[in-house]
Design a protein around this ligand. Structure first.
Ligand code: CTP
Ligand code: MG
Length: 231
């Protein structure tokens, strides 16, 4: 049984704006995606890290990324939706698995550059041999409102029991592929596994593992990385 990482990086970063996809924007002196990949490559339990690029990606910095070492493999099979990029990546890596029935895949957004090795190791430890798999997540702290138009409250949604899903999300390779075949429109891997009737485990994370979506998030990520190094 082995652990593999799969990093979807075929998005265009529409909410960030600009021509360069957000995963290639500079962050703490490196392309943003470098940080996400460097962390995964540094986890001893992870055998290989697959990154899924758009077929026409022209930003991938080959030389800089090669320096991350032999664990990293590039797959140019990104799709129109995130779920399609993940499903294509899972299929492309099938031949490289060591044990098709038991191997785990940790899917991680390229756009979460502040992930730490400790967070990944905690996920692996907590999920252990749970066949439903699991994901990093944080309990919702704010009071939530549902809007009925862009700026008026329709109702307050009780936050009890609500969590924000992060990545990595880890599942057995074959289970995740089955889930994504069954529910191809999902926005995270856990939803695909839930669609099969399973209950993935929620593993406590924290807000520093943020997804860089808007320009301000880039500044937050920069701050998190800089202050972590200083500790
Ligand atoms: N992703 C992907 N293939 C897609 C869409 C997204 O591999 N068709 C990846 C992104 O590159 C990112 C991760 O999935 O690493 C999370 O997606 P998101 O934050 O939504 O990134 P984008 O889709 O690029 O951003 P936006 O939704 O603002 O366009
Ligand atoms: Mg998106």
């Amino acid at each position: 049984m082995s652990y593999y990482a799969l990093v979807p990086a075929a998005g265009s970063g529409a909410r960030m704006g600009g021509e360069t996809p957000k995963q290639y924007l500079p962050l703490a002196g490196r392309p943003l995606i470098w940080h996400s990949l460097a962390t995964l490559c540094a986890v001893p339990a992870i055998t290989r890290v697959f990154v899924v690029l758009a077929p026409d990606d022209r930003w991938w910095p080959e030389t800089e990324m090669n320096a991350l070492g032999p664990k990293l493999s590039v797959l140019r099979c990104g799709g129109e939706l995130r779920a399609l990029s993940v499903a294509n990546g899972l299929r492309a890596m099938t031949g490289m698995l060591s044990d098709i029935d038991n191997d785990w895949v940790l899917v991680h957004d390229a756009a979460r550059p502040c992930l730490t090795v400790a967070q990944v190791e905690n996920l692996i430890t907590e999920v252990a041999d749970d066949n439903a798999g699991g994901l990093l997540a944080v309990p919702v702290a704010d009071t939530l409102k549902r809007a009925h138009d862009s700026s008026r409250v329709l109702e307050t949604v009780p936050r009890e029991g609500l969590w924000q899903a992060q990545t990595p999300q880890m599942f057995r390779h074959h289970l995740l592929l089955d889930g994504l075949d069954f529910a191809p429109q999902v926005t995270d891997e856990a939803s695909a596994v839930e669609a099969l009737g399973l209950s993935p485990r929620l593993v406590m994370s924290d807000v520093t593992n943020l997804k860089v979506t808007y320009p301000l998030d880039l500044q937050l990520a920069e701050w998190i990385l800089a202050n972590r190094r200083a500790v």
